[in-house]
Design a protein around this ligand. Structure first.
Ligand code: DGL
Length: 277
């Protein structure tokens, strides 16, 4: 792996913390020649408990930094930031492509056999107008009546950030959040937060083997691939930065992703908007 701090053409990726690594993993596979920069806003995680204004301010400050470092494409690898900030980002930088991450309502509507879909997301995504609009847009796609049970899951991201991917306490929390989905008899469930695939077996155990779990990160990476033209001068590299503790993040990456010796740099925003939140 190559770490180089000189500005050059790159793809910027961000999330509140480690969740976006599920997307980054796919990007590395699909775009092996691209220079990638990942920013984990760990000091402000979880975004799911924060106000839309705070999430927007953080997303703007992070994007400013990524653009300054040479981003020509930004992947918002976070459903919560997409729900509250992607419109503001596109308005501010109209010439720059932003790829958002949103629960795959459309594929879920196509996949469900009984018309009942569950959606597990952060409290903030679950309450967002953008998610409501997305559901409205797609529930009529088929002749079956579709019901979407949306469940906000406070506390799950905090545990994943802390490195808990399988404790009995976390399974109990997951079981509790899956209960309304079970009661509604969903046959399809969406993981509407990029952190959640790290504990996919726990969701599956809580929902039962007959429920199909749908993830979104491959589709997000494919969308980025469709917007990125590799050039001869591209130098593959991965830079990782965090607003939290770089040593702790490096340890997490080594343990969970198996990316040993991946350097992590500290980052703090310059912008007044972000530091005031
Ligand atoms: N991983 C993010 C998402 O997809 C954010 C989770 C959080 O920070 O609450 O929503």
């Amino acid at each position: 792996m190559q770490i180089d701090s000189s500005p050059s053409r790159e793809i910027g990726v961000f999330d509140s913390g480690v969740g976006g690594f599920t997307v980054l993993r796919e990007l590395r596979t699909l775009l092996p020649s691209a220079r990638l920069r990942y920013l984990a806003d760990t000091a402000y995680a979880p975004y799911g408990n924060r106000s839309p204004d705070e999430i927007r301010a953080r997303s703007i400050a992070i994007s400013e930094h990524l653009i300054e470092r040479g981003a020509e494409l930004i992947v918002v690898a976070c459903n919560t930031a997409t729900a509250h900030a992607i419109e503001a980002l596109r308005e501010r930088w109209p010439a720059l492509p932003f790829v958002g991450t949103e629960p795959g309502i459309k594929p879920a509507v196509a996949a469900t056999r009984n018309g009942r879909i569950g959606l597990l997301a952060t409290p903030s995504t679950a309450a967002s107008a953008r998610l409501r609009a997305l559901i409205e847009r797609h529930i009529g796609d088929r002749q079956v009546v579709v019901q979407v049970v949306v469940q906000g899951c406070a506390g799950v991201v905090d545990r994943i950030e802390a490195g808990d991917l399988g404790s009995a306490e976390l399974q109990a929390l997951v079981d509790r959040y899956c209960e309304p989905l079970r009661a509604a008899g969903v046959d399809t469930a969406l993981l509407g937060c990029t952190h959640y695939p790290f504990i996919e077996p726990l969701w599956q155990a809580a929902l039962g083997p007959e429920v199909e779990l749908l993830r979104i990160e491959t589709a997000v990476a494919r969308r980025a691939l469709s917007l990125w033209t590799p050039t001869e001068g591209d130098i593959p590299a991965l830079d990782i930065e965090t607003s939290g503790d770089p040593v702790a993040l490096q340890r997490w990456i080594g343990r969970v992703l198996g990316w040993q010796d991946t350097a992590v740099q500290a980052w703090q925003p310059q912008s007044k908007t972000a530091s005031s939140c």
